[in-house]
Design a protein around this ligand. Structure first.
Ligand code: HPA
Length: 257
């Protein structure tokens, strides 16, 4: 089974995971953020991609999301787990959220279908229900507390939000805020790849604590919780069924107008 993981570069240095090689990919949409790191764990084949590149040099609004996701398609990856740092609106720093829905406030063209073909992808269930459930079951087995539901609001970035924006997002039902996960979820669905997000709340969103948000706080809290995320993900593999019977695998059926 081939599984893709998108996240920070610290993510793939996990005990028990054997790194085999780096794979450089070119796509019709340009170059992905970095080479894919091909690794093995038990009988699973894992492809890691560093979302912002390993040098952390690509800001959220400059990420070539289409190339990143298309690269996974070329590698025959059918399932992707996205790991992200998020600001907490209804959730607290240190908490982990397996997102169940999203609101998109970014200004990007989050589609592969902007040519002649008119495709409207269904996102009634925006994250793969099976893959989400594997992460939730894995957390239960490991006794790690996670929120099994949560709405992720995506902003364009790279700036953080204003207190009024966060107030508005809260009224709309958002639980966490970030700049990347929604683009990945939509593009994966458009290529019939399963996608689930596991998010670490690294800070209170703007205006909640009334203090300045710092990148230091985000990095420190992410690193503090990385081992939990790594354990949840690796342990989740055992719950993933070989056959895909989720809506994602048939996402392109009945979409062409
Ligand atoms: N806002 C947007 N993205 C983020 C935040 C935040 O507060 N924290 C981590 N990523």
């Amino acid at each position: 089974m081939r599984i893709g993981i998108i996240g920070g570069s610290g993510l793939y240095k996990i005990e028990g995971v054997e790194i085999i090689k780096e794979i450089e990919i070119n796509t019709p949409f340009g170059k992905p953020s970095d080479n894919y790191i091909y690794a093995k764990y038990k009988n699973f084949e894992i492809f890691f991609l560093s979302r912002h590149s390993r040098e952390h040099s690509i800001p959220p609004h400059k990420i070539n999301f289409r190339a990143n996701i298309y690269g996974f398609k070329l590698l025959n990856v059918e399932r992707i787990i996205g790991v992200s740092a998020v600001g907490g609106i209804t959730k607290k720093p240190g908490e982990i959220v397996i997102t169940s829905d999203f609101i998109d406030f970014s200004k990007r063209v989050n589609t592969f279908y902007d040519g002649k073909k008119v495709i409207h992808i269904d996102v009634s269930e925006p994250f793969c229900p099976i893959l989400r459930n594997c992460l939730i079951e894995s957390s239960k087995k490991l006794n790690i507390d996670v929120h099994s539901f949560g709405v992720y609001v995506q902003t364009e970035g790279p700036r953080l939000e204003t207190p009024s924006e966060i107030k508005m997002f809260r009224m709309m039902g958002a639980d966490v805020v970030g700049m990347t996960l929604v683009s990945e979820a939509i593009l994966s669905r458009e290529l019939e790849i399963c996608y689930a997000g596991i998010n670490v709340v690294t800070n209170y969103a703007a205006g909640i604590e009334g203090k300045k948000l710092t990148t230091k706080e985000v990095i420190e809290n992410m690193n503090k919780n990385l081992y939990k995320v790594q354990s949840i993900i690796l342990n989740a593999f055992d719950f993933i069924p070989v056959e895909r019977n989720c809506p994602c695998s048939k996402a392109l059926e009945d979409t062409n107008m």
